[in-house]
Design a binder for this molecule. Structure first.
Ligand SMILES: [Ca+2]
Ligand SMILES: [Ca+2]
Length: 164
């Protein structure tokens, strides 16, 4: 796997200036940032989008998973709920609804473009906790929690399995 650039934001949504990477073995190097809460995305370049087949990773299967979830004919696990929750009000909406399905349709129809992967902390102690993982993760003196990456819209995680 190649190295990817990370875009970091602090708790107030301000971009953190610096050169942050996710390394070939999937680790994030954040030695030089202050303790606090951050959110992170992996920035994808045009070449990455092609190499990772991002446009194929978000497809009608993902939309159907959400549709059936809303119709209560299937359940989704925590990872699938995070990846499916494209439409969020003020980053606080944890619900899956028709707007999230529209988000997927817009990606399929190339009305919206995907240019990044989301990173979320993995709650090791509460793996079965159904509440959604927060956007922000704590950094304490250089130590960062385990992070999982998601392509929003890729509900079944077909891309992320390829990437990590
Ligand atoms: Ca939503
Ligand atoms: Ca998919």
């Amino acid at each position: 796997m190649k190295e990817y650039d990370l875009k970091l934001k602090d708790q107030d949504g301000k971009e953190v200036i610096g050169d942050f990477k996710i390394s070939k073995d999937g680790k994030v190097d954040l030695k030089n940032i202050k303790s606090g809460k951050y959110s992170a995305k992996i920035k994808l370049e045009n070449n990455d989008l092609k190499n990772l087949n991002v446009s194929e990773a978000v497809n009608i299967k993902d939309a159907m998973l959400l549709l059936n979830y809303i119709g209560k004919s299937n359940t989704l696990d925590q990872d699938q709920l995070i990846a499916g929750n494209i439409s969020r009000k003020n980053n606080e909406d944890n619900d899956i609804d028709i707007k999230d399905i529209m988000g997927i349709i817009n990606i399929i129809g190339k009305i919206d473009t995907v240019d990044s992967l989301e990173l979320r902390p993995i709650d090791q102690e509460n793996k079965n906790n159904k509440s959604l993982r927060p956007d922000f993760f704590e950094v304490n003196s250089g130590d960062i929690p385990a992070l999982q990456c998601y392509l929003l819209g890729d509900v079944d995680g077909s891309l992320v399995q390829n990437l990590l």
